[in-house]
Design a protein around this ligand. Sequence first.
Ligand SMILES: [Zn+2]
Length: 316
Amino acid sequence: MRNLYLRQTTAAEIDGQVRKVLRGLDNPSPPLRLDDVRELLKLDRQYYSKSAHGVLAETVSRLKIAGKQVLRRPSLLLDAIVRAELKALYVPDRKLILLDDTVPEIKQRWSESHEIAHSLLGWHGSILLGDDRVTLNLACHQQIEAEANFGASRLLFLQDQFGMVARDTQCSMEAIRFLGRQFGNSITSTLWRYVELMDTPVLGVVSQHPHYTDDTFDPQEPCRYFVRSSSFAEKFSGVDELLIFPLMRSKCSWKKAGPVASDEVVLGDNDGVNHIFDFEAFYNRYEMLSLFVHRHAIGKRIAIVATSGVSTGITA
Ligand SMILES: [Zn+2]
């Protein structure tokens, strides 16, 4: 799945809400404490458990996931939660965030911020929002979910603070892992934000380990996330996940943890010019994170002189 960018006016509006929160907390240093955010916004948090059952039962007839009504009979509530694999939920009239306590802590941080973003965005209104693995996915394109994910990201990465620090680093997997620790965020969400910030052609990929794919692996969509910097998307629009994944496989070691690749690869741009990229991959036993960083063009194209006399070739 590829990353998309929100409309500028929408993004600015969401950013305005996030700014108010951060200002209310005196523009904190990383990592952001979500306890402080909840306290400021007077939000409550509970985990899925019997104690939350009462609250859920009252509101469940209004429960929607990705805009669709999921349940008419509250008695089937727990069934529905299991079936829909709900990971998080926001109950607006209670200002209550509900989280699945079986989700690992670092992912709960994302879920909680996503629900906080729903609470901040007035136009998400009174819809009771349930979130499953799909809507919490960084790449979810459904409008309100994309907005909540953007808000979560701006909050957890402290708006432009991340960018200021990130731009000072040399683009590498090591820098991404360091920044992940500094901001208290997962390496996956850090990779995502990092790549989007880069002014040069950079590609970030989250996938299974190419040598150890499981039953859920889809050869037609081999990459879970395919995140392109805008410069990469513009100049290398022909480079897709079907091209990249076999390339990753050919360069990766069979190691089952830690760094699994560090090599140069060649990618062709839209004008047919080849470019060298540094390729690095890291496997954390669940997912492989890959980074492709542009170095330089190779070879020269001979300028082609058109009959009109205007040079249409590009000398690289
Ligand atoms: Zn949501």
